[in-house]
Design a protein around this ligand. Structure first.
Ligand code: ADP
Length: 466
């Protein structure tokens, strides 16, 4: 018997089964009566009557069972069970929402507060009785990081109510009921189907932000202060190694060379740390200029040629290499970028290409479309395993294997490159195969000749008045 079957229905099914058997018997009896009437007359009641009786009984039972299931008593039982189940589900979700440490506010499609959990009430200082049924803007006063009013079109809540998918941000501040300003981490998601409302999950990250700020300030001050003595050590070691300024024996030269290299390494590390802290606390400002890329890269590459030749590598600048030994017609690529940042990115990438290549060459090439310029730095070095590629541009990520263990580095170079390229609205990526070399790409917006002329024109009056 199935769990849901009523006993009366089981009984009804048995009666129907019996009626079926009797109908078959009555058919057999009718055939017997035709063939042998003497034998048939021996039965006291024709099986047909029994079959009709049983079928009628099964009909009555079915009627009663249907009546029973529709009776008010049965209905009341089902309804009360349903209400009980629903209230249990509601209680469970309320328990969960109330236990969440993050603030949770649910809004309907017009932005009216439908639900506010205790954490949200204590973070923003609004009581549930006052907050429910109010427009979210009355209780949820979002501002920019600088504490300025947030324009409606930039409000993540407004954007999600307007049809945007989930938005997360750590960059806004919130004004509480008592006028206190706090940094918040915010996650706004659409509720159910489009247009049903939104759910806002948020937490106070003011102390976390100030800790991060203090850490960044410490790293920035420490690297700035340490860079000066390290530069002095590097300079004096350079003087000691210069035959024009000092005489040292061969053994001392070996030790001094090693000390000089380490001082240079330390100097680069402090510079990287300084740049990273600038990038993270928003001090990394781009001073944009129109740059003619082919000439700019030629100059940058010239400063790195000695490093490549010292290692026995060929540093090739593709635009200067004519394929058919004819004089090549160089294309002109204009971009708008910060020259110091671009130089730092290119130096880092070419430096890495030299560092992670044992033999062969490093080639720098430029190509472009009407809107973009792509710089490619290709080496014939150790290459990068596929699983390392997604992490390469993260802070402090270094690949640790037998090929890289002996090569010094900080794991900050590529992270910094990414931050700098992104600050110039560009993108950076790598294509590589372990053991077969790598190509790093940097793509930036290209300026048309008209745009270059317009910028030059805009600059001229300012220069004249200066
Ligand atoms: P590092 O100071 O360690 O060179 P980077 O951020 O510049 O830091 O690079 C991160 C890691 O990426 C390096 O440790 C190295 O393993 C790998 N890498 C970077 N450039 C190359 C390259 N051209 N070829 C192979 N591996 C590279």
């Amino acid at each position: 018997m199935k769990k849901t079957d009523l006993p009366i229905l089981v009984f009804h099914r048995r009666i129907v089964g019996a009626a079926f058997i009797v109908i078959v018997l009555s058919l057999a009896w009718s055939v017997t009566e035709l063939i042998a009437p003497n034998v048939a007359s021996l039965l006291p009641l024709p099986p047909l009557f029994i079959a009709v009786g049983l079928t009628a009984l099964s009909g009555i039972i079915l009627f009663v069972s249907v009546l029973k299931s529709y009776s008010p008593a049965a209905q009341t039982k089902t309804l009360s069970e349903l209400v009980h189940e629903l209230s249990q589900v509601e209680n469970k979700s309320e328990i969960v929402i109330n236990a969440i440490g993050d603030g949770v506010v649910a809004l309907d499609n017009k932005g009216i507060v439908q639900l506010i959990n205790p954490a949200a009430q204590s973070i923003i200082g609004w009581d549930k009785r006052d907050a429910v049924d109010l427009d979210f803007r009355s209780i949820f006063k979002l501002q920019t990081a600088k504490g300025e009013p947030l324009p409606e079109e930039l409000s993540p809540v407004q954007r999600v109510l307007g049809g945007n998918p989930t938005i997360t941000t750590d960059e806004l501040t919130l004004l509480t009921n008592s006028g206190k300003k706090m940094n918040v981490s915010l996650l706004v998601s659409p509720l159910g189907q489009f247009g049903s409302g939104a759910i806002v999950v948020f937490r106070d990250i003011t102390s976390q932000m100030s800790e991060n700020q203090q850490k960044a300030e410490f790293v920035s001050t420490a690297s700035h202060e340490m860079r000066t003595p390290v530069a002095a050590i590097e300079g004096y070691l350079g003087l000691a190694l210069n035959p024009a300024t000092a005489q040292v024996d061969d053994k001392a030269r070996v030790y001094l060379t090693k000390a000089h290299e380490s001082a240079q390494h330390l100097g680069r590390l402090f510079q990287d740390l300084l740049d990273v802290s600038k990038a993270e606390d928003g001090r990394l400002k781009s001073d944009l200029e129109v740059i003619e890329l082919v000439g700019f890269l030629r100059e940058t590459i010239a400063t790195l040629t000695t490093r490549a030749t010292d290692k026995g590598l060929l540093l090739v600048y593709k635009p200067d290499v004519s394929e058919d030994s004819q004089v090549a017609i160089l294309p002109i690529y204009h971009i708008e970028a910060d020259p110091d940042h671009l130089r730092e990115v290119m130096t880092n990438l070419i430096d890495n290409a030299i560092k992670y290549t044992k033999s062969g060459s490093v080639t720098v090439d430029i190509s472009g479309t009407t809107d973009t310029v792509k710089i490619a730095i290709t080496d014939s070095g150790i290459g990068i395993a596929r699983e390392d590629i997604p992490h390469l541009f993260q802070k402090f990520y270094r690949i640790d294997n037998s090929d890289t263990r002996e090569i010094g580095g900080t794991g900050l170079g590529l992270y910094l490159c990414r931050r700098l390229v992104e600050s110039m609205n560009g993108r950076i990526w790598v294509e590589s195969e372990q053991g077969s070399g790598s190509t790093f790409f940097v793509e930036l917006g290209r300026l048309s000749e008209e745009e270059v002329a317009k910028r030059e024109h805009a600059k001229t009056p300012a220069t004249e008045t200066a």
